[in-house]
Design a protein around this ligand. Structure first.
Ligand SMILES: [Zn+2]
Length: 106
């Protein structure tokens, strides 16, 4: 229900909408992409032994969702003021970043 409402709202406002796979977002490091393994729900901090990136578990999962959303629109990173818009919609919808730069696959 939420996704269909969000999709309708995006279409009405001319915002690109795409669903992204939410699987494994808490098991992937948003900084280096390494699979960090399954964590118990009581573990609230993401700590990557490969790159040292440490942040809140939910923040890390949202960052992975954002990256997947950016991948859908063909951008590898967001610049300037597009990032907050993308973060707010991460996981379910992505506003096509007009200021996004990057070459897909790099
Ligand atoms: Zn890492």
């Amino acid at each position: 229900m939420f996704l269909s409402t969000l999709e309708w709202t995006c279409r009405k406002r001319g915002v690109f909408f795409a669903r992204v796979d939410p699987k494994g977002t808490s098991q992937t490091c948003p900084q280096c992409g390494v699979h960090t393994g399954k964590k118990d729900l009581s573990v609230r901090v993401h700590e990557c032994l490969a790159c040292g990136y440490t942040t809140d578990r939910d923040v890390a999962a949202a960052q992975v969702l954002l990256q997947r959303g950016l991948g859908v629109v063909g951008a590898t990173r967001a610049v300037g003021r597009t990032a907050p818009t993308l973060v707010a919609a991460a996981g379910y919808a992505v506003k096509k970043p007009v200021e996004a730069t990057g070459i897909p696959g790099q």
